[in-house]
Design a protein around this ligand. Structure first.
Ligand code: ADP
Ligand SMILES: N[C@@H](CCOP(=O)(O)O)C(=O)O
Length: 292
């Protein structure tokens, strides 16, 4: 039996659309066991308990690649990452599946090769890189090959996610984005990315406030997020350094200086129409963990 543990991730982080990502300490674990025949999937909703399951499909992709067929497979999941909330549940499933197959069948694919396969399945590298390698990552795809680099992130920087009781689908949220952007908007984002990464490393909250802004995706997607304005008002009145859309949303992520923030916003957040879970999160520095 193989157990794979994968962290959640928050992608984009303002200006770094489809590039920046950060691993967070919410985890999904997937256990894989070869059985005589059939597919047994436990620990997820009925709708996912079949051959179309993303963990299973990702597992099968790698099994095929390394030339291993199997008559039966049991997958047991324990999931902390909420689905379709912008915290990388799909990337966690994909990483779980590809690393699970390589380990169960003693494949000799390297971590970087599994990263590449996972990015091919997901279509963009920004959640996959932190899910695999942990920490804060910037990733890119060159000639169909994904690459990533790590950045340090100051211990002073704290995260508070507001996770609502409604979902958005990443593929639907991507359809809202324009195919062409103006040079001004491109400059707006490009000029902020390098400054943001340095200020995250230094824990420079003033610079984070200025550089963690974006003109490529958030304005187009905020209308998908009910009560966005109300949540933003509450967060900014309670000294959030900056609030941004986590991945494609609807989770709204705050960078905060003090963990008292979570208590301070509570009374106002529970007054809202939707239920918003307030979650204080830490950086996961390790990425995927495979245990035999
Ligand atoms: N436990 C799971 N089993 C199978 N598929 C899952 C599971 N969790 C998430 N998924 C897949 O990931 C999709 C959500 O991915 P996405 O829309 O990218 O949102 P996010 O990655 O932000 O949670 C679901 O619709 C489903 O296809
Ligand atoms: N760059 C992607 C990130 C999607 O992240 P998810 O956690 O919402 O799947 C995008 O913004 O579309």
């Amino acid at each position: 039996m193989i157990k794979v543990t994968v962290p959640a991730s928050t992608a984009n982080i303002g200006p770094g659309f489809d590039s920046l990502g950060l691993a967070l300490n919410l985890y999904n674990t997937y256990e894989f066991e070869e059985i005589e025949n059939g597919i047994i999937i436990e620990g997820c909703i009925e709708e996912y308990c079949n051959e179309n399951n993303l963990v299973y499909k990702s597992f099968k992709t790698v099994a095929d690649k390394i030339g291993r067929s199997f008559n039966g497979l049991k997958i047991n999941m324990e999931t902390q990452i909420p689905v379709s909330r912008g915290l990388g549940s799909s990337s966690a499933c994909i990483v779980g599946g590809v690393f699970g197959a390589n380990a169960l069948f003693n494949g000799n694919l390297s971590k970087d090769e599994l990263f590449k396969i996972a990015v091919e399945i997901e279509g963009h590298p920004d959640n996959i890189a932190p899910a695999v390698y942990g920490g804060l990552t910037a990733s890119l795809v060159d000639d169909d090959v994904p690459y990533y680099v790590h950045y340090e992130i100051s211990e002073k920087i704290l995260f508070c996610a507001l996770i609502p009781d409604f979902e958005t689908s990443t593929s639907e949220a991507r359809k809202l984005l324009p195919q062409m952007v103006s040079l001004d908007d491109a400059i707006y984002n490009v000029s902020r990315i390098a400054a943001l990464l340095k200020s995250l490393e230094a824990g420079d909250f003033n610079m984070i406030k200025m550089s963690l802004k974006d003109k490529l995706h958030q304005a187009y997607r905020r209308n998908l997020i009910h009560e966005y304005d109300e949540v933003e008002k509450i967060c900014m009145e309670n000294n959030s350094v900056v609030m941004f859309i986590s991945g494609s949303g609807p989770t709204l992520m705050n960078i905060i200086e003090n963990s008292d923030f979570t208590k301070a916003i509570n009374n106002s957040i529970i007054e809202l129409k939707h239920k918003w879970e307030i979650k204080f999160l830490n950086v996961d520095k390790n990425g995927v963990l495979v245990e035999k």
